[in-house]
Design a protein around this ligand. Structure first.
Ligand code: ZN
Length: 145
């Protein structure tokens, strides 16, 4: 009898320039990204909010989570322009990584590549959107609001 191979949910292998994580407990993130939504999770037990999404709440130990979409405008808290990149991202430099504050949570990510350096100001309002990469991968970027 042929051994049935276990089906592996590797949706996360499509995330980012190079994915270092192919499977997670929050693979639905990728489906939502494909639908144009960047999503985090909220604990139904205590209300704690997570981005990146988590399947388990470290505050109250519940695994009863629900998805929410990152929407509206976030404030640029900080950013850093990278001239030297980690392995796998060499062809992407220069690019800027940044943190947006959405009030109840923060989102770490990249600034869209078409924003001139002179336009980038701490405190500016930005939005987050999925971004299709040339190699078929998908990530999300911050854009001017
Ligand atoms: Zn909780």
């Amino acid at each position: 009898m042929a051994k049935k191979e276990k089906e592996i949910d590797a949706r996360f292998s499509k995330f980012g320039t190079v994915s270092f994580t192919s499977t997670t407990k929050v693979n639905d993130f990728m489906d939502k990204l494909g639908q144009g939504k960047v999503s985090g999770t909220k604990c139904k037990g205590c209300g704690n909010v997570y981005f990146p999404p988590r399947a388990d709440c470290y505050k109250c130990m519940s695994s009863d989570m629900e998805w929410f979409d990152v929407s509206g405008k976030g404030k640029l808290l900080t950013f850093s322009k990278l001239e030297y990149a980690p392995v796998g991202f060499e062809n992407d430099v220069p690019y800027s990584i940044a943190v947006l504050d959405f009030g109840g949570y923060k989102v770490f990510g990249r600034l869209a590549g078409d924003i001139p350096d002179s336009d980038i100001k701490v405190g500016m309002e930005m939005t987050v959107a999925p971004n299709q990469l040339p190699n078929g991968q998908i990530n999300y970027v911050f854009q001017k609001a």
